[in-house]
Design a protein around this ligand. Structure first.
Ligand SMILES: NC(=O)C1=CN([C@@H]2O[C@H](COP(=O)(O)OP(=O)(O)OC[C@H]3O[C@@H](n4cnc5c(N)ncnc54)[C@H](OP(=O)(O)O)[C@@H]3O)[C@@H](O)[C@H]2O)C=CC1
Ligand SMILES: O=C(CO)COP(=O)(O)O
Length: 332
């Protein structure tokens, strides 16, 4: 498929994964007038989506658009020009491996997951390139809660691909009045921001749960961004990407809102409450993030504190003490 016909009005869309984000993105694609196949792995979920036109477990009170066709048939969702992969980062490889035989050569594969694969330290588009070499990988990321997007509230995200023209075409194919899509060719920059901000949002939640106050919260976000920027720079990410929607924008959203599942996990840890049973990608990415940082000689004390708490090596209070005990230094 050429980049040109990504823009074709006949371009078809498949969404792999019917959680909160996959369901919201299926509705987003449907807004452009396209028919969308939405794949869920469980037949009973497909039946519910088909009969109720609602995803009660993951995105309650939002009506599934009429042109979204739920399916348990992976081939049906994969056999499209644009395929959005919206499963957790740690499941992406196994899903992509199954998908490969069904994908059209040259199909655009858009990773919508935010994380780092634990065993390989790969970013999601690297996993896609390895598992489906016939596809053309891209990433969609930015500050965007599924429920906001599905409710039609204004949202802006970034799509990145190795070719800027490819990214532009994807953006043009999926954008709508309330879903603005900026384009970029800084794929690693966009993916690092999305992975790191989830870990930082856990730190912000822990601080809020411990009652450390708004000033500490702001300091934590600023110093979290310094860590994200240092790691991004080591990967060759552009400063405007890191300061843009997928970096600073998403950090501000998730580290500042109890609506974030990563923040909510941190808040529960900090306040000693039962942990919420939701997908908090930062918990699966913290260790990989630190391993990548170590490979690049990048200091990430906040991410390190989060990992120490998650692995049980430090209590939240001890982690805070360690951060406050660090030597005073120039701000960078
Ligand atoms: N929610 C949001 O606001 C946003 C989420 N994202 C990212 O999107 C990704 C998905 O998140 P989200 O949709 O919110 O997560 P949810 O927890 O809402 O849903 C996860 C979905 O993935 C499915 N799934 C889990 N494991 C597998 C597997 N091994 N094979 C196939 N399907 C699987 C689940 O199916 P089942 O029900 O059968 O377990 C479920 O449909 C994450 O990386 C997240 O960071 C990005 C931006 C916004
Ligand atoms: O990535 C998100 C918003 O941009 C969703 O954040 P949570 O996964 O923390 O809910």
């Amino acid at each position: 498929m050429t980049v040109k016909n990504v823009l074709d009005s006949a371009t078809t869309v498949g969404v792999i994964g019917a959680g909160a984000w996959g369901t919201a993105l299926a509705n987003v694609a449907a807004r452009t007038g396209r028919s969308v196949a939405l794949w869920a792995r469980r037949a009973e979920q497909v039946a519910e989506l088909t009969n109720l036109r609602e995803n009660r477990r993951y995105l309650a009170d939002i009506r599934l658009a009429d042109t979204v066709a739920p399916t348990a048939d992976l081939a049906r969702a994969a056999d499209n020009d644009l395929v959005l992969l919206v499963v957790p980062a740690q499941s992406l490889r196994s899903v992509a491996a199954e998908l490969r035989v069904h994908v059209r050569g040259g199909a655009t594969l858009i990773s919508c997951a935010k994380g780092i694969e634990r065993d390989t330290l790969m970013l999601p588009t690297q996993v896609l390139a390895e598992e489906i070499p016939e596809g053309r990988p891209a990433v969609l990321s930015g500050p965007s809660f599924a429920s906001d997007v599905a409710s039609g509230l204004p949202t802006a995200v970034t799509v990145a691909a190795s070719s800027l023209e490819h990214a532009r075409c994807i953006g043009a194919a999926l954008a709508s009045a309330t879903f603005r899509i900026y384009h970029s060719d800084d794929v690693a920059g966009v993916e690092i921001g999305g992975a790191a901000k989830n870990v930082m949002a856990i730190a912000a939640g822990i601080a809020a749960g411990r009652g450390l106050g708004a000033s500490a919260g702001a300091a934590l976000v600023a110093r979290s961004f310094a860590e994200l920027r240092r790691l991004g720079k080591a990967f060759g990410a552009r400063p405007e990407t890191l300061m843009g929607l997928s970096g600073l924008g998403d950090l501000i959203l998730t580290a500042g809102s109890p609506q974030s599942r990563n923040f909510a996990l941190g808040h529960a840890i900090g306040s000693g409450l039962p942990l919420p049973d939701v997908l908090a990608e930062g918990a699966f990415t913290a260790r990989g993030l630190l391993a990548l940082a170590a490979q690049h000689n990048v200091d990430m004390p906040i991410a390190s504190a989060v990992e120490a708490v998650l692995s049980g090596r430090a209590s939240p209070d001890h982690a805070v003490e360690l951060l406050l005990d660090r030597p005073l230094r120039a701000e960078n």
